[in-house]
Design a protein around this ligand. Structure first.
Ligand code: NAP
Length: 382
């Protein structure tokens, strides 16, 4: 076929040939459409091949595109002093992708926090991140703070939280960061945290439920619940309930629940398909650390979805995210076997440097100004 076309001997019965009464035209933007003069109708698809096309390239030298009083495009050939409704580029059409272009994915698993936040000014935004003294939570806190957000690091150890604050201030002395105590293994601590936060009279634009334990031995919290379930899910669930009014008042606001792909490897329903509460906070006899983690992560997703369903109409959205597989954070610390596995996987998985996008020692695009003075010059309430 191509050879015939090249030789100018193309099969006249080709699927590109228009049936009698049809004419090929172009729009101002170069899209090809087909006019059926018998039925007086137009369509985008070629009447035989069903393909959509557009013309490629610029008009030939000396040609100009005009529009007549009916809005129809015509072409002026200034060299030969003639006009025509036939686009001279129609001989050079290219097929349009019949699949409707979807919104191009801007980011993927290799995108760094800095790439995603590039050019964003988050001044005036207030963010709470649980478990922000290490790992993914710390990198998230730092990236948001370096873009102007006021970030509260909600940590179970205030000392570790303060240390994280200092590390962020070491990168940018004007960062608005503050550590507060939040132990998700204690519902009372969650309540105290919420009260203390509310007493600051700050808005809350982003709440990131990030903290988690993984593979820990069975233990009960002071509330009598299995600790993985309470820390990873229930504590966050309670925190969101307590802060829901502030989130609503601060809309548009968002909740981000850091879950995991591993939520897929478990069930929380009984054989009749109903939620089995005994699976959520199992006894020591029925406890398997890995399964408890997976279940807590499934709870994260179910919670986030339901939260989004209930609050999005009020300007508060919720999304659950999987941050990546086996990122070398501190998550593996509960058992040396996990540490070994994470170490072996380390060369093949996303690193903390890749998460953040710039090495900690490099303040990158941020100005290094005068040294910070005072002890709490960058706290959110300051
Ligand atoms: N790393 C991965 O490959 C991976 C994969 C999928 C999902 N995730 C998810 O990513 C999130 C962050 O994990 P990570 O990898 O960054 O782990 P990480 O470095 O161990 O961070 C976990 C954070 O949670 C805090 N935390 C633990 N128990 C707490 C409690 N009772 N109350 C308040 N905070 C508590 C820890 O504080 P302390 O330092 O005081 O213990 C720590 O700051 C988790 O939700 C995890 O499930 C991680």
């Amino acid at each position: 076929m191509a050879a015939l076309k090249y030789a100018g001997l193309e099969d006249t019965d080709s699927e590109e040939e228009l049936p009698p009464g049809w004419e090929e035209r172009t729009t101002k933007d170069g899209w090809v459409y087909y006019a059926n003069h018998l039925e007086e109708k137009t369509q985008w698809e070629h009447p035989k091949s069903g393909k959509r096309k557009r013309v490629a390239g610029d008009l030939p030298y000396g040609w100009e595109q005009e529009t007549d009083e009916n809005g129809q495009v015509y072409f002026v050939d200034h060299i030969n002093k003639r006009t025509t409704y036939l686009d001279p580029r129609l001989a050079f059409t290219v097929e349009d992708n019949p699949v409707k272009p979807t919104t191009r994915q801007k980011y993927d698993g290799n995108s760094t926090a800095m790439e995603i936040l590039q050019g964003r000014d988050l001044s005036g935004k207030v963010v709470i991140i649980t478990g922000a003294n290490s790992g993914i939570g710390f990198e998230t806190a730092k990236s948001l703070a370096l873009h102007g957000a006021c970030v509260i690091l909600a940590c179970r150890s205030l000392a570790r939280g303060e240390d994280a604050v200092q590390r962020i201030l070491g990168e940018w002395h004007k960062a608005k960061v503050e550590a507060m105590t939040l132990d998700l293994a204690s519902l009372q601590s969650v309540q105290h945290f919420a009260e203390e936060f509310k007493s600051k009279n700050l808005p809350l634009h982003i709440l990131i439920c990030n903290a988690a334990v993984f593979g820990v031995p069975w233990s009960l919290t002071e509330d009598g619940l299995e600790s993985t379930f309470q820390v990873n899910h229930l504590g966050h669930f309670y925190l969101v309930q307590l802060l829901e009014d502030v989130l609503r008042q601060s809309s548009p606001a968002r909740v981000v629940v850091v879950s995991s792909e591993s939520h897929r490897f478990t069930e929380i329903n009984d054989s009749s398909g109903k939620l089995d509460f005994s699976l959520l906070s199992p006894s020591k006899k029925e406890y398997w650390a890995m399964l408890a983690y997976n279940r807590s992560k499934l709870c994260n997703i179910l919670f986030s979805n339901e939260l989004n369903r209930r609050l999005s109409a009020h300007g508060v959205t919720s999304n659950a995210v999987h941050p990546g597989n086996m990122i070398y954070s501190s998550i593996h610390r509960s058992w040396w076997v996990y540490t070994l596995l994470f170490t072996l996987a380390r060369p093949f998985t996303k690193s903390m440097t890749e998460c953040r996008g710039v090495p900690s020692s490099d303040p990158g695009h941020y100005k290094q100004g005068e040294k910070m003075t005072g002890t709490n010059a960058s706290c959110c309430t300051g």
